[in-house]
Design a protein around this ligand. Structure first.
Ligand code: NAP
Ligand code: GDD
Length: 391
């Protein structure tokens, strides 16, 4: 039966173009990848899981579901319910979609939370990929498979890290991703599946989840500037990360899948910064000193930490001709501008529809920051004055 379906599908694909299936399509990377593949002429299908509150905010603008076709092979884009912990749902989706390329981006992707939820982290992040790989193998689907592997797998290995570096993960998340990495390699070698790993170093964007450190910082600064918050509480500021721009990293995923043979590739910027440097860069944009706004709490420290990540992506540059364009300073700036725009708009201070330049928003931020500094000075004069009189 599958053989017949494959023949029918191959014919259809020849006429209709490629079909990509993305798990985790509602996440940061899934949303950028969906946009990128649609732009390349793919038909995109995405898996979302049931949620009690909308989890499709990042992809709602792709609402190009076409009533003329319904959810059939001609629709450019549609979503299906499935869950990485549910083999039946995965098999049903694969059978319906018959993809050419599967991008497995779905995961419990928060390293800190993986210490609190280790079992579900391994269930989604390790057994999830295993369920997909097993289904592809059993059903004989001739598709390519991309596994979202992570630099977190390197753990405490010293930087720079590349495809040859030993992996000593430091979190349940890192362990879950390392097991999935090896499953992907094993299914490639044992069953000759076109299965690849993208070993991506940290990548951020305005769409980053709110509880990752970069977004937490940029969103909090915007909140401070519009008067909705006074400080940021963080954990370890010494950790070093190699931060790139998510929108460019999803292009690398596609390049990995277009390479003639399946392989594993590191994707990184080869530039590393501490969390403290991220804070400095973001606060400095507005002439503020981060030390006036940041508190440290053990609550945000982890039982084990990855001290330093710095990726060596020379293999990707050489073989895929892929290299990052957006560097650290630009990344910090573009993230903070989006948060500031949103904050100003939400508080009725600026209308986004007026379409101003980025510099305009930075300028408003600087003016508010200058008033904040004045206020802080007045408060500290007042406080020292009070204590003087007391003495
Ligand atoms: P993200 O924003 O957290 O998105 C993860 C997506 O997975 C969400 O859409 C989430 O759905 C979905 N998901 C979680 N559990 C699921 C389940 N059981 N069944 C189906 N879907 C599920 O992560 P991201 O930053 O886009 O990262 C994408 C992938 O790359 C992840 O696998 C991550 O581990 C990996 N990665 C990320 C980075 C990075 O720096 N961003 C670096 C290396 C590797 P809900 O919205 O319903 O929660
Ligand atoms: N989240 C968070 N919140 N991290 C903090 C905080 C805080 O309040 N304070 C300090 N940190 C430190 C963390 O301890 C870590 O060393 C660093 O900031 C970055 O943390 P995250 O932004 O949560 O990212 P991550 O490096 O742990 O994991 C991300 O990158 C991996 C690739 O290396 C995630 O996107 C993973 O899914 C991804 O695989």
């Amino acid at each position: 039966m599958y053989l017949f379906r494959n023949i029918a599908y191959n014919f259809n694909r020849f006429i209709m173009g490629k079909v990509a299936l993305i798990t985790g399509i509602g996440g940061q990377d899934g949303s950028y990848l969906a946009e990128f593949l649609l732009m390349k002429g793919y038909k995109v299908r995405g898996i979302v899981r049931r949620s009690s509150w909308p989890n499709t905010k990042r992809i709602d603008h792709l609402d190009i579901y076409d009533e003329r076709y319904g959810k059939n092979s001609k629709s450019p884009f549609y979503l299906l319910y499935a869950d990485l912990s549910d083999s039946t749902s995965i098999r049903n989706v694969l059978e319906e979609v018959m993809p050419d390329e599967v991008y497995n981006l779905g995961a419990q992707s928060h390293v800190g939370i993986s210490f609190q939820c280790p079992e579900s982290t391994l269930n989604y992040n390790t057994l999830g990929p295993l369920r997909i790989l097993e289904a592809i193998k059993d059903m004989g689907i001739k598709c390519k498979y991309y596994q979202a592997s992570s630099s977190e797998m390197f753990g405490r290995s010293l930087p720079p890290q590349n495809e040859e570096t030993i992996m000593i993960p430091q979190s349940p998340y890192g362990v879950s991703k390392l097991a999935a990495f090896h499953l992907t390699r094993l299914y490639r070698e044992a069953y000759e599946l076109f299965a690849c790993n993208g070993i991506l170093f940290n990548h951020e964007s305005p769409r980053r989840g709110l509880n990752f450190v970069t977004k937490k910082i940029t969103r909090s600064i915007a909140d401070i500037l519009v008067g909705n918050r006074e400080k940021i509480i963080l954990g370890n500021l010494d950790a070093k990360r190699d931060w790139g721009f998510a929108k460019e990293y999803v292009e690398a995923m596609w390049h990995i899948m277009q390479h003639e043979v399946p392989d594993d590739f590191v994707i990184a910027t080869k530039e590393t910064h501490t969390v403290r440097e991220f804070l400095e860069e973001a606060f400095n944009l507005f002439g503020l000193n981060w030390k006036d706004f940041v508190e440290i709490s053990d609550k945000f420290k982890r039982p084990a930490e990855v001290p330093a990540l710095l990726g060596d992506a020379s293999k990707s540059l050489k073989i895929l001709n892929w290299e990052p364009r957006t560097r650290f300073k630009e990344l910090v700036r573009l993230m903070i501008i989006e948060d500031l725009k949103e904050g100003l708009n939400d508080n009725g201070l600026v209308l986004l529809s007026e379409n101003r330049s980025d510099e305009y928003y930075i300028d408003i931020g600087r003016k508010i920051a200058a008033r904040l500094i004045e206020k802080k000075k007045e408060e500290s004069n007042f406080q020292s004055g009070t204590s003087y009189h007391k003495v």
